[in-house]
Design a protein around this ligand. Sequence first.
Ligand code: F6P
Length: 324
Amino acid sequence: MRKIAVFTSGGDAPGMNACIRAVVRTAIFKGIEVYGINYGYDGMINGNIKKMQSHSVSNIIQRGGTILKSARSEEFRTVEGRKKAYEQLKLHGIEGIVAIGGDGTFKGAKVFFEEYGIPTIGCPGTIDNDIYGTDYTIGFDTAVNTALEAIDKIRDTAAAHDRIFFVEVMGRDSGYIALECGIGGGAEFVMIPETKTDLKTVVKSLKNLRKTKSSSIIVVAEGDDEGSADFIMEKVKEKVNDPDKEFKVTTLGHIQRGGNPTARDRVLASRCGMAAVEGLLKGESNCMAGVVNGDILYTPFEDCIGKTKQLKEDHLRLIEILSI
Ligand code: F6P
């Protein structure tokens, strides 16, 4: 293998730059050429591909976002789009690919590999932490810490005014961010897509609030089965039916996607990036380089996409037990 390419795709995540840096520098260290594809699969289709040098990735390890930009490509979902992408890669002599992204990125990579056979390894880049085959995804730790910092601040003002706050965090299909910032922030309740939300218990607890505590923080993952934090707050407020209790909603939104990656994310990103290039050179393909129980592990894309990473059962119990 003499030439490889790297790209980022799907929602950006803090640490993607550290991963790009690791891919580029590992490739150069191993004596192979490395190309950066801008805007994910769209850039592959349009030939938005340029050679990268060691200095192309200088001073980026600490930066959020992605210097290669990102996109969610509709055209790559089509047979014609993937054909165009293959032709561009052939034109540039690309013999291996590192795809940094989440499950959508890996679905595309798997289909593309099956059609055209270019060796491909993924690195798990998403704040959602919902990828099977890695304990953590790149960006998750940073997103949780961003949300936690916000929750700490909200708790100050919630306590000062005896208010009930619903804090909405990201996670369309995944409750990992909600759960971890809920545990870390001492939330009274956490509502996530993976479990049935029991509003009756929440209402009962809030009705009794001043007997035990005067304020409350409820973390809601954006994909919760009961709806958005705004919607849930209105429902709960109506049921609590107490004019002395004040309800507020804060939606954290995309601030969770930006910012300087934490040390954990930089190290994870660097390890996965290096492992992806080393894997390609050893003949690994159609798989993701992740970290499981502290060690690098290559998991087939099929499992990363098809299997569900289970939430830790004790995490769910922690909220219930520690919030009394
Ligand atoms: O997949 C990462 C994620 O941040 C989800 O948590 C969120 O639901 C989604 O992306 C938002 O996507 P967009 O930035 O395209 O609105």
